[in-house]
Design a protein around this ligand. Structure first.
Ligand SMILES: [Fe+2]
Length: 221
């Protein structure tokens, strides 16, 4: 789960062919199901729950026509900005997956002021929030990660973090989260074919194997 494989809607794949090439590689790596999550970030992509549902409904038949039979679902990676905060507060429709699981990310630098209120609103509406790549945020600490889990947030670590792809501090934090058993979901965050090579490489890493021993949500999605 967590990838950007719907062509042309965000900074992920640009063409159907690119998406197919990535899916071929994922199948080869043993992936059995894909939950792709294009960005919803109002300042950048203009995607909404409705527009992504349409893009998905257009892409899925193309994928099937090419002979791909694997389960392929579409949710979203929501960026916590003013717009999505208001969308959640107004209890508008959200793109979720699994059992009302809701994937979101924040800015990289500072903890958003509305973060706790946002989480409270989501959980009290019966959603299960998942914070995308907690290890990538400069403001994240183990204490904050623990507090978020107590508030009902699941933590989704990016596989590429385990190779130091985003930098050594991010790798360290991802490893600590795995050691504590605080990783609830693993995500590829795959945007392009370059990421595939790394997803192949990560399967040989010690912390990847450790993470697979955790009761990950991935096993039941
Ligand atoms: Fe992503």
């Amino acid at each position: 789960m967590h990838s950007h494989l719907i062509p042309g809607v965000d900074d992920g794949v640009k063409t159907n062919e690119e998406s197919f090439a990535i899916i071929d590689q994922l199948l080869e790596l043993g992936y059995q199901k894909i939950i792709t999550t294009p960005h919803i970030m109002s300042d950048y992509y203009g995607n909404t729950a409705e527009s992504l549902s349409i893009a998905y409904a257009q892409f899925l038949p193309v994928l099937r026509a090419r002979g791909y039979t694997l389960p392929f679902q579409c949710a979203a990676e929501y960026y916590l900005d003013e717009k999505i905060y208001e969308t959640v507060m107004a209890k508008e429709k959200l793109l979720t997956f699994g059992d009302r699981h809701f994937l979101f990310e924040t800015n990289a630098v500072s903890e958003p002021l509305q973060l706790k209120e946002f989480i409270f609103s989501l959980t009290s509406q019966g959603f299960r929030p998942i914070l995308a790549h907690p290890e990538r945020y400069q403001y994240m600490t183990l204490e904050k990660a623990e507090d978020l889990r107590h508030r009902g947030v699941l933590l989704q670590v990016n596989l590429l973090s385990l190779l130091g792809y985003y930098g050594p501090p991010m790798q360290k934090l991802a490893e600590k989260l795995i050691e504590r058993g605080w990783v609830d979901v693993l995500g590829s965050d795959c945007h392009n074919l370059d990421h595939i090579l790394l997803l192949k490489k990560v399967q040989r890493s010690k912390f990847y194997r450790k993470a697979l021993d955790l009761p990950l949500l991935n096993y039941s999605l």
